[in-house]
Design a protein around this ligand. Structure first.
Ligand SMILES: Nc1ncnc2c1ncn2[C@@H]1O[C@H](COP(=O)(O)OP(=O)(O)O)[C@@H](O)[C@H]1O
Ligand SMILES: O=C(O)C1=C[C@@H](OP(=O)(O)O)[C@@H](O)[C@H](O)C1
Ligand SMILES: [Mg+2]
Length: 169
């Protein structure tokens, strides 16, 4: 069993939102590793970061991604940092992986000033910029193809991915 598509990209690129739209369109289930972790732990991502630290969150995330890649055949949305793990990048090889691209300005607008993304606490703009600079080459490395999301609606992004994948199915 293998997900029909795996969505990767920075925080605010729309992985969670576009994943749901794609799953609706195809009539398949959607999984999001952040939601899997929160449900299994009975805690929010922020609580896990505060109580146990980022390293523990990354351990839970590696396990959640591995489980979902093995046991899910719908749409799978990862958290933005999941691809940092060597084991996860290795597991993604051979899967259809789509990188949702987003520029600094749209990413900052989309993540807003909420507290649900602990890595963005402080100066959101400079944190987002640092993460985009550091991680863009990694998303490019694991992706089968990428889709630009700046200035586009989630529906439009989902449509582009669906058409690209339906064309090869
Ligand atoms: N293409 C888009 N255009 C405008 N807003 C978007 C777009 N994609 C997602 N959003 C909004 O941005 C926020 C973050 O989206 P989300 O799907 O949680 O991103 P991710 O899972 O990649 O961090 C949500 O409020 C969502 O409604
Ligand atoms: O980029 C990251 O390191 C993170 C992204 C978040 O998911 P989204 O990309 O879905 O916001 C979540 O996994 C956690 O806050 C850490
Ligand atoms: Mg998400």
């Amino acid at each position: 069993m293998s997900p029909r598509v795996v969505l990767v990209g920075p925080m605010g690129s729309g992985k969670t939102t576009v994943g749901r739209l794609l799953a609706d369109r195809w009539g398949v289930a959607v999984r999001d590793t952040d939601e899997d972790i929160e449900r299994a732990e009975g805690r929010t991502i922020s609580e896990i970061f505060v109580d146990d630290g980022e390293d523990r969150f990354r351990e839970l995330e590696r396990a959640a991604v591995a489980a979902a890649l093995d046991a899910h055949d719908g749409v799978l949305s990862l958290g933005g940092g999941a691809v940092l793990a060597d084991a996860t990048r290795e597991r993604l090889a051979g899967h259809t992986v789509v990188f949702l691209r987003v520029g600094l300005s749209d990413a900052v607008k989309r993540v807003g000033l909420g507290t649900s993304r602990p890595l963005l606490l402080g100066n959101v703009r400079s944190r987002v910029k640092a993460l985009l600079d550091e991680r863009t080459p990694i998303y490019e490395q694991v992706a089968t193809f990428s889709v630009d999301t700046d200035g586009r609606s989630p529906e439009d992004v989902a449509e582009e991915i669906a058409v690209a994948l339906e064309g090869v199915a």
